[in-house]
Design a protein around this ligand. Structure first.
Ligand code: NAD
Ligand code: DAU
Length: 343
């Protein structure tokens, strides 16, 4: 199989590329990635010399670049996206461009060139806040952040291309993923790297929000299974059932690193912050998928990786990212400040 992996230089995409090359000897992988702030060639350094792997620098919104790499591909797995909810609150337009327009460009190329399977890596955030129970795939999409809205829009285009043009589309709706190589703006790597440096762990609001944590290798295995065995036109929830409050996750990280809980610092909440996500995963389990990592093992492996790989994250935290991080907090203060009443 010749596989195009878009966004393969990011966190989950790079693990997926490594996973496919290791487990599928007949597969050749082409990565198309724009190398935004979140893309990092170092994530793929260990496969760079593999003759079955090729990297192409390019934007999924660029139809000519996409056409060129789609030529001859049997399947596409799309990881390329703007992925951080906080950034989507500061700059929604970037999310519409990549996460909606970019997907349309990919779908068009796939349709015209007869690609056999197109898998969109989507998210549990498309369901919106889940106060009680767990979301099944048939549940309505009720996205509440610009990020979630852009991912839900992409899924609607996927469905339209399946119904209208017969394209064999698939979507996976994954939950919060943790593991090595995750950009340290996301809660887990941010908390770990801050704790290593005895810096505060910023907890949004009361910290009682619930996320379902999934180890990156389990997420990749689920994507591979759906790509190979999923029913075209369908979406599959991917979650490990590790529902934890953010405060509990922060405390576990501090315990693993031998740091005091006094590093936890409550800061103003994320606007529109979803309180809880929860997935019913019977559908993907019926395909044969099971998570291999419990939460404790997944978190311990992740913490160990950041402790051992300071050369990977220190340059990120000292440069451009630092400017974003400071701006994020200034802008949150401004967004949440009481508005003056109009006369
Ligand atoms: P990431 O932010 O680490 O990486 C995104 C990658 O996409 C980067 O390599 C970046 O350079 C590339 N990219 C961005 N815009 C591009 C463009 N216009 N053209 C080409 N490449 C572009 O992302 P991640 O956390 O690995 O997430 C990957 C996918 O999985 C995303 O679609 C995300 O919505 C989804 N997802 C993530 C999680 C999670 O917890 N991280 C959970 C569920 C679903
Ligand atoms: O649920 C899947 C989604 O998980 C993916 O689709 C997204 O791409 C990914 O970024 C992630 O979204 P979240 O918003 O849940 O992840 P984040 O790591 O930003 O936040 C996790 C929780 O921690 C969330 O409730 C917000 C909170 N948080 C986050 C940060 C960055 C804090 O309390 N403090 C922080 O500094």
């Amino acid at each position: 199989m010749r596989l195009l992996v878009t966004g393969g230089a990011g966190f989950i995409g790079s693990h997926f590329v490594r996973w496919m090359l290791a487990h599928e000897p007949e597969t050749r992988v082409v990565v198309l990635d724009k190398l935004t702030y979140a893309g990092n060639p170092a994530n793929l350094a260990d496969v760079a010399r593999d003759p079955r792997y090729r990297f192409v620098l390019g934007d999924i919104c660029d139809a000519a670049a996409v056409d060129a790499v789609v030529a001859g591909c049997d399947a596409i797995v799309n990881f390329a996206a703007e992925t951080h909810v906080d950034r989507s609150i500061l700059d929604p337009e970037a999310f519409i461009r990549t996460d909606v327009v970019g997907i349309h460009v990919l779908l068009e190329a796939a349709r015209r060139q007869g690609v056999r399977r197109f898998l969109q890596v989507s998210t549990d955030e498309v369901y919106g806040d889940v106060a009680v129970g767990s979301s099944q795939e048939e549940a309505p999409l009720r996205p509440r952040s610009p990020y979630a809205a852009s991912k839900a829009s992409a899924e609607l285009f996927l469905q339209a291309y399946h119904v209208t043009y017969g394209l064999a589309t698939l979507a996976t709706r994954g939950s919060n993923t943790l593991g090595p190589n995750q950009y340290p703006e996301k809660a887990v790597p941010l908390f770990i790297t801050n704790a290593i440096d005895d810096q505060p762990l910023p907890i949004y609001g009361d910290g009682r929000q619930v996320r379902d944590w999934l180890y990156v290798e389990d997420h990749c295995e689920a994507i591979r299974l759906v790509l190979e065995r999923g029913t075209p036109g369908e979406a599959y929830n991917v979650g490990a059932g590790n529902e934890r409050e953010n405060l509990a996750v922060a405390r576990d990280i501090l315990r693993l690193l031998g740091k005091p809980e006094s590093l936890i610092q409550h800061v103003p909440d994320r606007p529109g912050h979803d309180r809880r996500y929860s997935l019913d995963t019977s559908k993907i389990r019926a395909l044969g998928w099971r998570p291999r990592y419990d939460f404790e093992t997944a978190l311990a492996r992740t913490v160990e990786w950041y402790v051992a790989n300071e050369h990977w994250w220190r340059p990120i935290k000292s440069g451009e990212y630092r400017a974003y991080y400071l701006r994020n907090y200034q802008d949150r203060e401004r967004l949440l400040a009481p508005q003056p009443r109009r006369a």
